[in-house]
Ligand binder design. Sequence first.
Ligand SMILES: Cc1ncc(COP(=O)(O)O)c(C=O)c1O
Length: 284
Amino acid sequence: MIFTPGVVPALSFIVNAFTNPGDKVIVQPPVYYPFFRVIEDNGRRVVNNPLLFKDGRYTMDFEDLEKKVKDPLVKLLFLCSPHNPVGRVWSKEELEKLGRICIDNNVLIISDEIHQDILYPGIRHTPFASISEEFALNSITCTSPSKTFNLAGLQTSTIIIPNKIYREVYRSFMERIHLLRNNVFGLVALEAAYTHGEEWLDQFLEYLEGNLRTLTEGMEKDIPQIKIIKPEGTYLAWMDCGDLSLDSKQLNDFMINKARLALDDGEWFGLGGKGFQRINLALH
Ligand SMILES: Cc1ncc(COP(=O)(O)O)c(C=O)c1O
Protein backbone atom coordinates (compact mmCIF):
# COMPACT_ATOMS: atom_id res chain seq x y z
CA MET A 1 0.00 0.00 0.00
CA ILE A 2 1.21 3.47 -0.85
CA PHE A 3 -0.65 6.51 0.49
CA THR A 4 -1.32 9.22 -2.05
CA PRO A 5 -3.20 12.56 -1.90
CA GLY A 6 -6.28 11.43 -3.83
CA VAL A 7 -7.39 8.80 -6.31
CA VAL A 8 -7.51 11.18 -9.28
CA PRO A 9 -3.92 12.33 -8.62
CA ALA A 10 -2.95 8.65 -8.32
CA LEU A 11 -4.47 7.93 -11.74
CA SER A 12 -2.39 10.74 -13.16
CA PHE A 13 0.79 9.43 -11.46
CA ILE A 14 0.05 5.94 -12.83
CA VAL A 15 -0.42 7.27 -16.36
CA ASN A 16 2.94 9.04 -16.08
CA ALA A 17 4.79 6.16 -14.47
CA PHE A 18 3.47 3.30 -16.65
CA THR A 19 2.92 4.80 -20.12
CA ASN A 20 4.65 7.04 -22.64
CA PRO A 21 3.21 10.06 -24.45
CA GLY A 22 1.04 8.81 -27.31
CA ASP A 23 0.14 5.56 -25.52
CA LYS A 24 -3.50 4.67 -25.05
CA VAL A 25 -5.75 3.98 -22.06
CA ILE A 26 -9.12 2.22 -22.27
CA VAL A 27 -12.13 3.65 -20.44
CA GLN A 28 -15.73 2.44 -20.29
CA PRO A 29 -18.07 5.39 -20.83
CA PRO A 30 -20.33 6.79 -19.65
CA VAL A 31 -17.78 7.14 -16.86
CA TYR A 32 -16.44 9.50 -14.16
CA TYR A 33 -15.19 12.35 -16.35
CA PRO A 34 -11.80 13.07 -14.69
CA PHE A 35 -10.68 9.74 -16.25
CA PHE A 36 -10.60 11.48 -19.65
CA ARG A 37 -8.74 14.52 -18.34
CA VAL A 38 -6.10 12.47 -16.55
CA ILE A 39 -5.30 10.65 -19.81
CA GLU A 40 -5.46 13.60 -22.20
CA ASP A 41 -3.82 16.20 -19.95
CA ASN A 42 -0.78 13.91 -19.88
CA GLY A 43 -0.56 13.59 -23.68
CA ARG A 44 -1.95 10.04 -23.76
CA ARG A 45 -4.97 8.93 -25.78
CA VAL A 46 -8.40 7.71 -24.70
CA VAL A 47 -9.78 4.50 -26.20
CA ASN A 48 -13.51 4.08 -25.56
CA ASN A 49 -15.02 0.70 -24.76
CA PRO A 50 -18.59 1.96 -24.21
CA LEU A 51 -20.92 0.12 -21.87
CA LEU A 52 -23.98 -1.55 -23.37
CA PHE A 53 -27.37 -0.28 -22.20
CA LYS A 54 -30.37 -2.55 -22.51
CA ASP A 55 -33.67 -2.66 -20.59
CA GLY A 56 -32.44 -0.13 -18.04
CA ARG A 57 -29.26 -2.06 -17.21
CA TYR A 58 -25.61 -1.53 -18.14
CA THR A 59 -23.16 -4.31 -19.00
CA MET A 60 -19.63 -4.43 -20.41
CA ASP A 61 -19.03 -4.96 -24.14
CA PHE A 62 -16.40 -7.74 -24.06
CA GLU A 63 -16.48 -8.26 -27.85
CA ASP A 64 -15.49 -4.64 -28.40
CA LEU A 65 -12.89 -4.86 -25.60
CA GLU A 66 -11.27 -7.90 -27.25
CA LYS A 67 -10.73 -5.81 -30.39
CA LYS A 68 -9.46 -2.69 -28.62
CA VAL A 69 -6.86 -4.43 -26.43
CA LYS A 70 -5.14 -5.78 -29.55
CA ASP A 71 -3.69 -2.32 -30.27
CA PRO A 72 -0.10 -2.50 -28.93
CA LEU A 73 -0.29 1.16 -27.87
CA VAL A 74 -3.02 0.29 -25.34
CA LYS A 75 -1.18 -0.03 -22.00
CA LEU A 76 -3.81 0.48 -19.29
CA LEU A 77 -7.53 0.06 -18.63
CA PHE A 78 -9.27 2.29 -16.08
CA LEU A 79 -11.91 0.13 -14.40
CA CYS A 80 -14.54 2.00 -12.39
CA SER A 81 -15.73 -0.55 -9.84
CA PRO A 82 -18.39 0.15 -8.57
CA HIS A 83 -19.16 2.23 -11.63
CA ASN A 84 -19.74 5.98 -11.44
CA PRO A 85 -22.22 7.12 -12.82
CA VAL A 86 -24.26 4.03 -13.81
CA GLY A 87 -24.14 2.42 -10.36
CA ARG A 88 -23.21 -1.09 -11.45
CA VAL A 89 -21.33 -3.24 -8.96
CA TRP A 90 -19.55 -5.62 -11.33
CA SER A 91 -20.03 -9.33 -10.67
CA LYS A 92 -17.08 -11.65 -10.14
CA GLU A 93 -17.82 -13.24 -13.54
CA GLU A 94 -17.74 -9.88 -15.31
CA LEU A 95 -14.47 -8.95 -13.62
CA GLU A 96 -12.97 -12.35 -14.46
CA LYS A 97 -13.84 -11.88 -18.14
CA LEU A 98 -12.44 -8.36 -18.24
CA GLY A 99 -9.27 -9.38 -16.40
CA ARG A 100 -8.65 -12.37 -18.66
CA ILE A 101 -8.91 -10.23 -21.81
CA CYS A 102 -6.60 -7.53 -20.42
CA ILE A 103 -3.98 -9.82 -18.94
CA ASP A 104 -3.75 -11.95 -22.10
CA ASN A 105 -3.00 -8.75 -24.01
CA ASN A 106 -0.55 -7.16 -21.55
CA VAL A 107 -2.92 -4.42 -20.45
CA LEU A 108 -2.55 -3.39 -16.81
CA ILE A 109 -5.87 -2.98 -14.98
CA ILE A 110 -6.23 0.12 -12.82
CA SER A 111 -9.21 -0.59 -10.59
CA ASP A 112 -10.74 2.52 -9.03
CA GLU A 113 -12.72 1.07 -6.11
CA ILE A 114 -13.37 4.30 -4.23
CA HIS A 115 -17.13 3.51 -4.03
CA GLN A 116 -16.55 -0.02 -2.73
CA ASP A 117 -18.34 0.39 0.63
CA ILE A 118 -21.46 2.08 -0.73
CA LEU A 119 -23.68 -0.83 -1.66
CA TYR A 120 -27.45 -1.35 -1.63
CA PRO A 121 -28.94 -4.34 0.27
CA GLY A 122 -28.02 -7.76 -1.10
CA ILE A 123 -25.16 -6.48 -3.26
CA ARG A 124 -21.56 -7.57 -2.72
CA HIS A 125 -18.48 -5.88 -4.11
CA THR A 126 -15.68 -8.07 -5.46
CA PRO A 127 -12.26 -6.39 -5.20
CA PHE A 128 -10.57 -7.02 -8.55
CA ALA A 129 -7.31 -8.10 -6.90
CA SER A 130 -9.14 -10.64 -4.71
CA ILE A 131 -10.06 -12.82 -7.69
CA SER A 132 -6.68 -14.54 -8.01
CA GLU A 133 -2.99 -13.95 -7.46
CA GLU A 134 -2.58 -13.47 -11.19
CA PHE A 135 -5.24 -10.73 -11.16
CA ALA A 136 -3.65 -9.10 -8.12
CA LEU A 137 -0.22 -9.04 -9.76
CA ASN A 138 -1.61 -7.47 -12.93
CA SER A 139 -3.61 -4.70 -11.30
CA ILE A 140 -3.37 -1.57 -9.23
CA THR A 141 -6.28 -0.84 -6.89
CA CYS A 142 -7.08 2.72 -5.90
CA THR A 143 -9.26 3.34 -2.91
CA SER A 144 -9.89 5.85 -0.18
CA PRO A 145 -12.17 6.52 2.80
CA SER A 146 -13.15 9.83 1.23
CA LYS A 147 -16.50 8.74 -0.26
CA THR A 148 -17.62 6.37 2.51
CA PHE A 149 -16.73 8.71 5.35
CA ASN A 150 -16.84 12.07 3.56
CA LEU A 151 -13.13 12.75 4.08
CA ALA A 152 -12.16 13.99 0.59
CA GLY A 153 -10.78 17.23 2.05
CA LEU A 154 -8.11 15.32 3.95
CA GLN A 155 -6.64 14.04 0.69
CA THR A 156 -5.61 10.56 1.69
CA SER A 157 -6.06 7.59 -0.62
CA THR A 158 -4.59 4.12 -0.63
CA ILE A 159 -2.97 2.69 -3.75
CA ILE A 160 -2.59 -1.07 -3.51
CA ILE A 161 0.11 -2.53 -5.75
CA PRO A 162 0.75 -6.21 -5.02
CA ASN A 163 3.30 -6.57 -7.84
CA LYS A 164 6.71 -5.68 -6.44
CA ILE A 165 8.08 -4.42 -9.75
CA TYR A 166 5.07 -2.19 -10.41
CA ARG A 167 5.18 -0.96 -6.82
CA GLU A 168 8.77 0.16 -7.32
CA VAL A 169 7.91 1.87 -10.62
CA TYR A 170 5.13 3.79 -8.86
CA ARG A 171 7.20 4.53 -5.77
CA SER A 172 10.16 5.82 -7.76
CA PHE A 173 7.85 8.14 -9.76
CA MET A 174 6.44 9.47 -6.47
CA GLU A 175 9.96 9.95 -5.18
CA ARG A 176 10.93 11.91 -8.28
CA ILE A 177 8.01 14.31 -7.84
CA HIS A 178 8.55 14.43 -4.05
CA LEU A 179 5.08 13.24 -3.12
CA LEU A 180 5.97 10.36 -0.82
CA ARG A 181 4.60 12.35 2.05
CA ASN A 182 1.16 12.61 3.54
CA ASN A 183 -1.32 14.72 5.37
CA VAL A 184 -0.95 13.36 8.89
CA PHE A 185 -4.54 14.29 9.79
CA GLY A 186 -5.70 12.25 6.79
CA LEU A 187 -3.87 9.15 7.99
CA VAL A 188 -5.34 9.47 11.48
CA ALA A 189 -8.84 9.99 10.01
CA LEU A 190 -8.39 6.99 7.69
CA GLU A 191 -7.38 4.75 10.57
CA ALA A 192 -10.22 6.02 12.78
CA ALA A 193 -12.80 5.60 10.00
CA TYR A 194 -11.82 2.05 9.12
CA THR A 195 -11.41 1.03 12.76
CA HIS A 196 -14.49 2.63 14.31
CA GLY A 197 -16.75 3.65 11.40
CA GLU A 198 -18.76 0.49 10.78
CA GLU A 199 -21.84 1.50 12.73
CA TRP A 200 -21.81 4.95 11.13
CA LEU A 201 -21.57 3.31 7.69
CA ASP A 202 -24.50 0.97 8.43
CA GLN A 203 -26.63 3.98 9.38
CA PHE A 204 -25.49 5.95 6.35
CA LEU A 205 -26.39 3.11 3.99
CA GLU A 206 -29.85 2.80 5.49
CA TYR A 207 -30.40 6.55 5.12
CA LEU A 208 -29.15 6.44 1.53
CA GLU A 209 -31.54 3.64 0.66
CA GLY A 210 -34.39 5.84 1.92
CA ASN A 211 -33.21 8.72 -0.27
CA LEU A 212 -33.07 6.45 -3.31
CA ARG A 213 -36.58 5.20 -2.60
CA THR A 214 -37.88 8.78 -2.24
CA LEU A 215 -36.29 9.77 -5.55
CA THR A 216 -37.45 6.70 -7.45
CA GLU A 217 -41.02 6.74 -6.15
CA GLY A 218 -41.26 10.52 -6.53
CA MET A 219 -40.17 10.35 -10.15
CA GLU A 220 -42.47 7.44 -10.97
CA LYS A 221 -45.39 9.34 -9.52
CA ASP A 222 -44.72 12.92 -10.61
CA ILE A 223 -42.24 12.90 -13.53
CA PRO A 224 -42.46 9.48 -15.21
CA GLN A 225 -40.56 10.84 -18.23
CA ILE A 226 -37.37 10.71 -16.10
CA LYS A 227 -36.26 7.16 -15.36
CA ILE A 228 -33.90 6.38 -12.51
CA ILE A 229 -31.35 3.70 -13.44
CA LYS A 230 -31.43 1.49 -10.36
CA PRO A 231 -27.97 1.67 -8.75
CA GLU A 232 -26.44 -1.38 -7.06
CA GLY A 233 -23.82 0.82 -5.42
CA THR A 234 -22.49 4.42 -5.11
CA TYR A 235 -24.48 7.35 -3.72
CA LEU A 236 -25.13 8.59 -7.23
CA ALA A 237 -28.20 8.10 -9.38
CA TRP A 238 -28.07 8.18 -13.17
CA MET A 239 -31.26 9.60 -14.61
CA ASP A 240 -32.46 8.87 -18.13
CA CYS A 241 -34.17 12.07 -19.25
CA GLY A 242 -34.55 10.97 -22.89
CA ASP A 243 -38.36 10.97 -22.76
CA LEU A 244 -38.38 14.69 -21.96
CA SER A 245 -37.34 15.13 -25.62
CA LEU A 246 -35.09 18.10 -24.83
CA ASP A 247 -31.72 18.77 -26.45
CA SER A 248 -28.68 19.15 -24.17
CA LYS A 249 -29.00 22.90 -23.76
CA GLN A 250 -32.73 22.72 -23.06
CA LEU A 251 -32.22 19.88 -20.57
CA ASN A 252 -29.57 21.82 -18.65
CA ASP A 253 -31.71 24.99 -18.73
CA PHE A 254 -34.64 22.97 -17.41
CA MET A 255 -32.61 21.44 -14.55
CA ILE A 256 -30.88 24.65 -13.50
CA ASN A 257 -33.52 27.30 -14.08
CA LYS A 258 -36.79 25.44 -13.70
CA ALA A 259 -36.04 22.51 -11.38
CA ARG A 260 -33.32 24.65 -9.69
CA LEU A 261 -30.94 21.70 -9.48
CA ALA A 262 -27.21 21.85 -10.30
CA LEU A 263 -26.67 18.26 -11.46
CA ASP A 264 -23.83 16.71 -13.47
CA ASP A 265 -24.69 16.77 -17.16
CA GLY A 266 -24.64 13.33 -18.75
CA GLU A 267 -22.53 14.54 -21.68
CA TRP A 268 -19.58 15.19 -19.35
CA PHE A 269 -19.37 11.41 -18.88
CA GLY A 270 -18.57 10.76 -22.55
CA LEU A 271 -20.22 8.41 -25.02
CA GLY A 272 -23.71 7.32 -24.00
CA GLY A 273 -24.18 10.24 -21.60
CA LYS A 274 -26.37 12.44 -23.77
CA GLY A 275 -29.88 12.90 -22.39
CA PHE A 276 -28.84 11.78 -18.89
CA GLN A 277 -28.17 13.69 -15.67
CA ARG A 278 -26.38 12.47 -12.52
CA ILE A 279 -27.74 13.34 -9.11
CA ASN A 280 -25.99 12.92 -5.75
CA LEU A 281 -28.16 11.10 -3.18
CA ALA A 282 -25.92 11.62 -0.15
CA LEU A 283 -28.01 14.55 1.04
CA HIS A 284 -30.06 15.44 4.07
C1 LIG B 1 -14.81 6.86 -9.40
C2 LIG B 1 -14.18 7.99 -8.64
N1 LIG B 1 -12.83 8.04 -8.50
C3 LIG B 1 -12.23 9.04 -7.82
C4 LIG B 1 -12.95 10.07 -7.24
C5 LIG B 1 -12.25 11.19 -6.53
O1 LIG B 1 -11.26 10.73 -5.72
P1 LIG B 1 -10.22 11.72 -5.00
O2 LIG B 1 -11.01 12.80 -4.33
O3 LIG B 1 -9.53 10.80 -4.04
O4 LIG B 1 -9.31 12.23 -6.07
C6 LIG B 1 -14.35 10.06 -7.37
C7 LIG B 1 -15.16 11.14 -6.79
O5 LIG B 1 -16.21 11.48 -7.25
C8 LIG B 1 -14.97 8.99 -8.07
O6 LIG B 1 -16.30 8.95 -8.21
